[in-house]
Design a protein around this ligand. Structure first.
Ligand code: ASP
Length: 323
């Protein structure tokens, strides 16, 4: 039997609903552990519970804690896969963080649930089970960190939470899932292109994220230039443009040598220096802003945080954002 390490971190998958108020909250006992016997028919399982948090409470500290648990087992050897259960709100950030920082062929699956353990139609135990099935599957190897929910397998790089409450919330806009889970099989459609791994021990850099909007001016950028930040990600308009009134603030940040990465607030496509009007991509690129290659804002932020642990060389950072 394959050996799987299950890391329980909290989220709706580990919560209960109060029948009267309909509110959902954590509990002292984890409902997934009640099903341990069933899981143990599929794999030899080691449970780790480093913390039990709703995912809006997850910070880089907890992401590093999960990474260190995985690194420890990988160093020892003898483990065939990892399944992490996590709240869905920030699941994509933890998944992408692990994807960028752990170098291994061993499957790492992350899952969650939209309905807590005692709700009608709960998806928690089902997603947990299909994640174990995926983790023990031979073809799950060498695919980076995978997100498995609702019978779909997504890459950490492309997946995002798209719906506040629907079970099919996790989607990979533009690319789709890389595989599906059926009653009998796990079917992979293609092999994802993997990004360079950036090994880090700590996450110490402060990177902020702002979203552009019609009529935005320089104020927020000026405030940010007064704060001690190490980097900024801007979710720009369309193909990578900003309202011209933002520019003095953006320049104030660049004058302070704060690296700025541009992504689009559109959830399909990549940013490029196409428009040559004031505030357009051509000018932004000339100013020294790094254009990213299709990541969403929250993932570009994680990547910039990690990249800044490795180097301050803008050319090097830019090359990572073009992968
Ligand atoms: N708010 C919850 C969390 O992220 C949602 C979930 O787990 O699905 O912890």
């Amino acid at each position: 039997m394959k050996k799987i390490v299950v890391i329980l971190t909290g989220g709706t998958i580990s919560m209960y609903e109060d029948a009267n108020s309909k509110s959902v909250k954590p509990h002292l006992s984890n409902p997934l552990l009640d099903k341990a016997d069933e899981m143990e028919k599929m794999a030899d399982i080691i449970f780790e519970t480093p913390f039990n948090l709703p995912s809006p409470h997850i910070t880089p500290k907890e992401m590093l804690q999960i990474k260190k648990i995985i690194d420890r087992y990988l160093e020892k050897g003898g483990v065939d896969g990892f399944v992490i259960t996590h709240g869905t709100d920030t699941l994509e950030e933890t998944a992408y963080f692990l994807n960028l920082t752990i170098e291994t062929d061993v499957p790492i699956i992350i899952t969650g649930a939209m309905r807590s353990s005692n709700e009608i139609g709960t998806d928690g135990f089902y997603n947990f089970l299909t994640s174990i099935r995926t983790a023990v599957h031979d073809q799950a190897k060498s695919k980076g960190v995978l997100v498995v929910l609702n019978d779909e397998i997504h890459t950490a790089k492309n997946v995002t939470k798209t719906h506040t409450s629907n079970l099919s919330t996790f989607q990979s806009p533009q690319y789709g899932p890389i595989g599906i889970v059926t009653k009998k099989e796990i079917v992979f459609h293609y092999q994802p292109k993997l990004e360079s791994k950036l090994s880090i021990k700590e996450l110490t850099k402060r990177v902020e994220l702002v979203k552009a909007y019609a009529g935005m001016d320089a104020s927020l950028f000026y405030y940010l230039s007064q704060m001690s930040i190490d980097g900024l990600v801007i979710e720009a308009l369309g193909q990578g443009n900003l309202p011209p009134m933002c520019l003095p603030g953006v320049k104030a940040l660049l004058d302070k040598k704060i690296p700025i990465v541009l992504v689009s607030r559109c959830f399909n496509g990549i940013v490029e220096d196409i428009y040559a009007y004031e505030g357009g991509g051509v000018q932004l690129k000339q100013l020294g802003i790094i254009f990213s290659n299709g990541l969403n804002g929250q993932k570009a932020r994680i990547k910039l945080q990690i990249a800044l642990e490795k180097t301050n060389d803008l050319k090097k950072i830019e090359s990572w954002f073009h992968e």
